[in-house]
Design a protein around this ligand. Structure first.
Ligand SMILES: Cc1ncc(COP(=O)(O)O)c(C=O)c1O
Length: 422
């Protein structure tokens, strides 16, 4: 096994991690399946699968009924809200569940739009996923002006001077990503929030891509809203929104009359996906258990989640260094994003490349046949692929590492890629 067994990799008990995820032992065409598609959705531990099926087997009911399974469902949802509050560093009544991040963002943008009129401004970025762009662009029909913050093309980082200059006294909201799902850049979110608040604007943070890689603390960030999707961090296909309590109370949601007006439920419409909500608690508990493997002194679930991300960050950093070093040695390969090791604190292990004379689709297909699951195209980071002029040529090949990947998988991927492009 080609591992650099330094203290960073051994800090995370990778053998224990991998034993939790049943899908990791599958094969395709006699090759081990190697999941490098985490940015599109991660694998799930057995306990998440169990929680979903146990709920369906035992407690499958609607909420608010005067009988056991319905009461269990109410308690289960309250438990999942507490779990996500521990994950995000907020209170349970600030946690809203929804089908996915995109739907939740449209819900909030429509409601914020009710308060906006002609001449009000919203600042977005070229680095963002379209789910943090189109819901805000929809408000242009009300006369809202959209201003796009630029990027530095050389390393795909946000141009913070340009962003600061675009936030004015007319700006009502700044929407930005915590990390780019295409090129891995981690933004200085606390500074973005500070710049927005300085001009009296709200800050809406898309943490979908960041959530599997780093701890989130909404209080420390002081953001007004933050969204993530549990299927990107080892849970079921669901979206979660954090909103400051005052905003969740003050803003006016579009909802049916019978729906309660109490937070957070006034933002949750119709019957939710209860079985997946059951899986969310199991997902956060998995991370907490992982954290206790990293630091046995973690006394609360929140502390254990923070410890987990300490271990995850260090492990992923080691893998990312080997992967980027190996990629940069491949002739004709161009990497988009930060490639200087000294600045790796500012990127996730999500790596976008193009290789001369090979389309991203061809590379992803040939890697897929060999068991390496990567992605090609724009992954909805359309503003970025257009900005970098790669949209017309198939976007990027994206290799996304997660904490369940190993140094051995990285070496095998590099060997396969070298062979394909030789
Ligand atoms: C950075 C980012 N934001 C938003 C989304 C949209 O998330 P959802 O599928 O939960 O709507 C994605 C999905 O890939 C993403 O990567």
């Amino acid at each position: 096994m080609l591992t650099t067994q330094n203290e960073t990799t051994s800090a995370l008990d990778v053998a224990w991690v991998r034993s939790q995820f049943p899908s990791l032992s599958q094969t395709v065409n006699s090759h081990p399946e190697t999941f490098l598609d985490g940015p599109g959705g991660t694998q799930v531990p057995q306990r998440v699968i169990d929680a979903i099926s146990d709920y369906l087997r035992r407690d499958n009911a609607n909420t608010g009924g005067a009988y056991t399974t319905s009461r269990h469902t109410d308690a289960m949802i309250a438990g999942a809200r507490s779990a996500m509050a521990d994950f995000l560093g907020c209170d349970p009544d600030e946690v809203v569940f929804g089908p996915n991040m995109t739907s939740l963002t449209y819900a909030i943008s429509r409601s914020i739009g009710r308060e906006l009129g002609a001449g009000d401004e919203i600042v977005l970025t070229h680095l963002d996923h379209d789910a943090n762009i189109s819901p805000w662009r929809a408000l242009e029909e009300r006369g809202v002006i959209i201003r796009m913050a630029e990027i530095h093309e050389s390393d795909c980082t946000l141009d913070m001077d340009d962003l600061a200059g675009k936030i004015t006294d007319r700006t009502k909201l700044v929407a930005a990503g915590h990390a780019s799902n295409a090129v891995g850049t981690i933004n200085d979110v606390a500074e973005i929030v500070r710049l927005a608040h300085q001009r009296g604007a709200m800050a809406y943070i898309d943490a979908v891509h960041y959530a599997p890689h780093g701890a989130i603390d909404v209080r420390a960030l002081d953001c007004d809203f933050l969204v993530c999707s549990t299927y990107k961090f080892f849970g079921p296909h669901m979206g979660v929104l954090y909103g400051k309590r005052d905003h969740l109370k003050r803003l006016d949601p579009y909802k049916v009359r019978a729906n309660t007006n109490a937070i957070p439920n006034r933002w949750e419409w119709g019957t939710l996906n209860h079985e997946c909500i059951a899986g969310i608690t199991a997902c956060v508990d998995y991370l907490a258990d992982l954290g206790r493997h990293v630091s046995s002194s973690a006394s609360t679930r929140r502390a254990a989640v923070l410890a987990a991300f300490d271990g995850i960050r260090k492990h992923e950093r080691g893998l990312m260094e080997s992967l980027i070093r190996g990629l940069l040695a491949i002739p004709g390969l161009k990497l988009y994003g930060i490639s200087d090791t000294k600045r790796f604190d500012h990127r996730c292990p999500t790596i976008a490349v193009r290789v001369e004379e090979h389309t991203p689709l061809e590379l992803a297909t040939r890697l897929g046949e060999r068991g390496f699951f990567t992605w090609d195209g724009n992954y909805y980071a359309l503003n970025l692929t257009e900005r970098l002029d790669v949209e017309k040529d198939g976007g990027f090949l994206r290799i996304g590492l997660a904490h369940y990947n190993t140094a051995e998988e990285v070496e095998r991927l590099l060997a396969a890629l070298r062979k394909i492009v030789a």
